[in-house]
Design a protein around this ligand. Structure first.
Ligand SMILES: Cc1ncc(C[n+]2csc(CCOP(=O)(O)OP(=O)(O)O)c2C)c(N)n1
Ligand SMILES: [Mg+2]
Length: 546
């Protein structure tokens, strides 16, 4: 069989349905093999968009999202997406082409050492040097990408190898189970939780897997232990649950942090140091139990005393079986904190000002989005408001990147969500900065007939950094920019453009756009004047009093 056909057969055998990307002349054999396969090529307008889509496909399905680029410039355009998948623990595979490795007549034209470039950004990166190796390399790449902690992998398929022939046969996936935690470690955790007086549960990024979500829900329902979510753990347990204590969007000084300080035992499920710390461990005043697939990476602000390493769902199931509510557990303090938190979360919900207030924006979106609707966030100031105020009802309904925290992934991740879940509502939310970093993918979205809404929050600035600049007492410099007319811009792509002039109009337009097929872009002016007052001062002052 021709090597490129063998490669594509290996992808098919791994269950690949889509390859996102942009080919170059070095990929033409592979492209021809893809053409005649069951795999759909999703042609994008930038490799970065393709990489974000593949990573998000992986994040949502647990299977490997695959993307394709040419050598040199195509491959270098992948690096941000590689880092996004790697830091965000999203299973993703990049395939890049290369000049012939055996005999090249083009000197070093377009050649960079892509395998070496991908080294710090991936779990596995290899050049394929013989067609006979293809089945093993592809299987290993998939295995590594999906294995906990998931991440990015890369294979380089040079032009001359792609055109070789081989009678190698495919290697099927083995039967395997994730190792479960040791009995003694589980027992130590059980004892610590039972003996504690004020336990609290944290649901972090690593808890966001299908099987653990169900178990965690059982755990909180059966024990009555209060819980909080991290940004990337949002929705693993319903954030409307009566025991929810808030989201750790801020690292310190929120109502939630008072409850954490009050707790004497933190059950930390799926903590990942890649996330902005949800809380700071200071003197080790309380027992922290690290429950995850992998051991805890010790850090000055994170040094758990007990580690339960192994399949998370299994660990939680064993905790559920063993732990009964204890008469000496006292949740009166977190119960009090929760009342104050909810009262605070309600402030701003009815704000009628326009440009719109972030809290009002979150309210309108939450009310119009069904519980399984997906909000794909880019990176900017609004991420903090959404993290704290938007309550996710189901896992993975807020695609938020608190790992690489790159700008530009809002639209591509929303597109991937729509591809994975065509029947669910998807809204991408980006700033005017982040949107313009990959807005060209509007063409891809229109071409694919995706039914998708993109909200562009317009403050004519890199708002988040402007806020931090002001926080540091610096003068406003280097943050303000202009914008295209987003309505006309959307229309030029064959999308619909909307520009509301009031909160009521925004609500009406969002509602309509969610009902109408096709791609909608809502140009929404946003008022960030409360960033400092609420996020830096009010929350800290109010919570400090409790
Ligand atoms: C690719 C990339 N470049 C720069 C940054 C640093 N950064 C973080 S948020 C931000 C501003 C985002 O501006 P915008 O998208 O308009 O959102 P806003 O904060 O204004 O709502 C910048 C420059 C980043 N996270 N990613
Ligand atoms: Mg902005």
């Amino acid at each position: 069989m021709k090597a490129s056909d063998l490669f594509v057969k290996a992808l098919e055998a791994e269950g690949v349905k889509y390859v996102f990307g942009i080919p170059g002349e070095e990929n033409l054999d592979l492209l021809e093999s893809l053409r005649t396969s069951s795999i759909q090529l999703v042609l994008t307008r930038h490799e970065q968009g393709a990489g974000f889509m593949a990573a998000t496909y992986g994040r949502l399905t647990g299977k490997v999202g695959v993307c394709l680029a040419t050598l040199g410039p195509g491959a270098t355009n992948f690096v941000t997406a590689a880092a996004y998948a790697q830091l965000g623990a999203m299973p993703m595979m990049m395939i890049t082409g290369q000049k012939p490795v055996k005999l090249s007549k083009q000197g070093h034209f377009q050649i960079v050492d892509v395998v070496a470039m991908m080294q710090p950004l991936t779990k596995y990166t290899k050049q394929i040097v013989s067609a006979d190796n293809i089945p093993a390399r592809v299987r290993e790449a998939f295995r590594r990408a999906m294995e906990e902690r998931p991440g990015a992998v890369h294979l380089e398929l040079p032009e001359d190898i792609a055109d070789e022939h081989s009678d190698a046969i495919l290697i099927p996936e083995s039967y395997h189970r994730r190792p479960v935690a040791d009995d003694k470690a589980v027992q130590r955790a059980i004892n610590a939780i039972m003996a504690s007086k004020r336990p609290i549960l944290m649901v972090g990024a690593g808890a966001n897997r299908k099987t653990s979500a169900k178990m965690l829900r059982e755990f909180v329902d059966r024990t009555g232990i209060p819980f909080f979510t991290t940004q990337m753990g949002k929705g693993v347990i319903d954030e409307e649950h009566p025991q929810w204590l808030g989201n750790a969007t801020l690292s310190d000084g929120d109502f939630l942090h008072r409850a954490i300080e009050n707790a004497d035992c933190i059950i930390n499920v799926g903590h990942d140091v890649i996330e902005k710390p949800p809380f700071f461990m200071r003197k080790g005043l309380r027992t922290v139990i690290h429950v995850n697939y992998t051991s805890a990476e010790v850090d000055t602000v994170y040094f758990p005393q007990i580690e339960v390493v192994g399949d998370v769902a299994n660990t939680i199931w064993r905790l559920v079986e063993a732990i009964k509510p204890q008469p000496h557990w006292d949740f009166s303090y977190p119960d009090m904190i929760r009342k104050h938190l909810h009262a605070h979360l309600a402030i701003g919900r009815d704000d009628e000002r326009f440009p719109i207030h972030p809290v009002r924006l979150v309210r309108e979106m939450r009310e119009l989005m069904p519980s399984d609707g997906i909000v794909a966030l880019d990176n900017g100031m609004y991420k903090i408001w959404f993290g704290r105020y938007y309550r996710c009802r189901e896992p993975n309904t807020m695609l938020l990147d608190n790992a690489l925290a790159t700008m530009g992934a809002g639209l591509p991740s929303g597109m991937a969500a729509k591809i994975v879940f065509p029947d669910r509502k998807v809204v991408a939310v980006s700033g005017d900065g982040g949107f313009m970093m990959n807005s060209q993918e509007l063409e891809t979205a229109v071409r694919l007939n995706l039914n998708l809404t993109q909200i562009v929050l317009r403050d004519n600035a890199y708002g988040m950094i402007k806020w931090k600049q002001a926080n540091m007492g610096f003068q406003n410099f280097g943050m303000d920019m202009g914008n295209p007319d987003f309505v006309k811009y959307a229309e030029s792509y064959g999308a619909r453009g909307w520009r509301p002039n009031s909160v009521a109009e925004f609500r009406e337009m969002l509602e309509k756009s969610l009902e109408m097929p096709g791609v909608d872009v809502i140009d929404l002016a946003i008022d960030y004047s409360d960033n400092d007052r609420v996020l830096n001062k009010e929350i800290k002052e109010l919570s400090a009093k409790l």
